[in-house]
Design a protein around this ligand. Structure first.
Ligand SMILES: [Zn+2]
Length: 219
């Protein structure tokens, strides 16, 4: 031990810092590395968007950490139902399908029914209407909002016939709940991305989808 100390003492400061950093990585338990890797998506997302506890506004940051916008929270849940899976969970079924952490929130119908209308959580424009059930998201609609925010609505039974760049707002039906794509029952996968990175939709949402304030047209 005294020999190591003697080496450390005789080294230049920069070299000591490098050695200390190396030792840190060598002795860091493998388990904590796994935890860091698994929570990476959450850490990145939290750096881009967070709720200010004082102003109660959602603050959007750019990738340099500068705040670019304040967005109001909303009770405009995109559909009725209960939350069957939160953002960031690591489910064995999803892992078997070759999918990683949950990138959105799942809202399911209590009775497993198909056809509950889906509506935008905030004003935006339509940037994708995929009527073909050929990937994990199934039949889906994607919207673009201000401040580099997008939202995606997956597993629809049906997407409405709507042309790209059409403006939409909460209350408009953009599709109907279903179970297309990688899905085991009727539910909506509701995903919000900021700068294309999935973030926890709960940051934007208040309350629960059972009590959505939006009057959604009935099917
Ligand atoms: Zn999902």
């Amino acid at each position: 031990m005294s020999y190591i100390w003697w080496i450390m003492k005789s080294l230049k400061t920069e070299v000591k810092i490098i050695l200390a950093a190396l030792a840190f990585f060598i002795f860091l338990p493998a388990v904590s590395v796994v935890v860091v890797a698994a929570s990476g998506i959450q850490i990145v997302g939290d750096a881009l968007v967070s709720l200010n506890p004082v102003t109660k506004l959602v603050e959007i940051f750019d990738t340099n950490g500068n705040k670019v916008a304040d967005v109001s929270v909303t009770t405009n849940w995109p559909t009725r139902g209960y939350i069957s899976d939160e953002f960031g969970t690591l489910d064995p079924v999803r892992q078997e399908m070759g999918l990683g952490r949950h990138t959105g929130i799942d809202i399911a119908n209590r009775n497993g029914l198909i056809g509950e209308p889906i509506t935008p959580f905030m004003v935006g424009t339509v940037i994708r209407v995929d009527h073909i059930d050929d990937d994990a998201c199934g039949i889906n609609v994607k919207l673009k909002h201000d401040h580099n925010i997008t939202s995606t609505y997956c597993h629809l039974s049906q997407a409405v016939n709507i042309t790209l760049n059409t403006p939409v707002k909460p209350g408009d039906a953009i599709g109907y709940m279903g179970s297309t794509g990688a899905s085991t029952g009727s539910h909506l996968h509701f995903q919000i991305n900021v700068y294309d990175i999935p973030v926890n939709p709960r940051i934007f949402m208040v309350g629960e989808p059972e009590a959505s304030s939006v009057t959604i047209p009935t099917f």
